[in-house]
Design a protein around this ligand. Structure first.
Ligand code: ZN
Length: 160
């Protein structure tokens, strides 16, 4: 069975940066399961997987503008401590989820003063070229429920 839209795909993967440092990996975990063609992976990686079958291996090198984007200076902002739910959690290096009307972002605390924190809302993988080393572990038909939800249920997928 080949990977096309609406197939459930399981992959083992290792994600490294330009220096070969591992950023993320399925090693030691269940393979990552996803419903192909529903935006569950970055689109350029889905495109590379299109047409592959179980047992295929591939290396995909994805430029920042096709992955998590380019860093923007205006995404680094000064936020008053009183705007945080719990100011005691605001420490340099801590990552928080920040929500606005459009999306959920990961914010990294860069600096903290007596009254405010400098927060970087660029994606942690912004500006990074992503090197994916992927092996296709399984390809199967989705259940009706998975199709309706637009994601995979069970091992490696959502649980609910
Ligand atoms: Zn679901």
């Amino acid at each position: 069975m080949i990977i096309t839209k609406d197939k459930v795909v399981s992959i083992d993967y290792t994600l490294t940066n330009d220096n070969g440092e591992v950023l993320d990996s399925s090693s030691g975990r269940d393979p990552l399961g996803f419903l192909h063609g529903h935006g569950n992976l970055i689109p350029s990686l889905e495109k590379e997987l299109e047409g592959k079958v179980k047992g295929d291996k591939l290396i995909a090198i994805i430029a920042p503008d096709q992955a998590y984007g380019i860093r923007k200076d205006e995404m680094v902002q000064e936020i008053p401590l009183e705007n945080f739910q719990d100011a005691s959690q605001v420490k340099v290096g801590v990552q928080l989820q920040v929500e606005n009307e459009h999306e959920v972002r990961i914010a990294t605390i860069m600096a903290v003063s007596e009254s405010s924190a400098t927060v970087d809302m660029n994606h942690p993988l912004a500006d990074k070229t992503l090197h994916f080393d992927v092996e296709v572990m399984d390809v199967r038909e989705p259940s009706q429920e998975e199709l309706e939800h637009g994601h995979v249920h069970g091992a490696g997928g959502h649980h609910h």
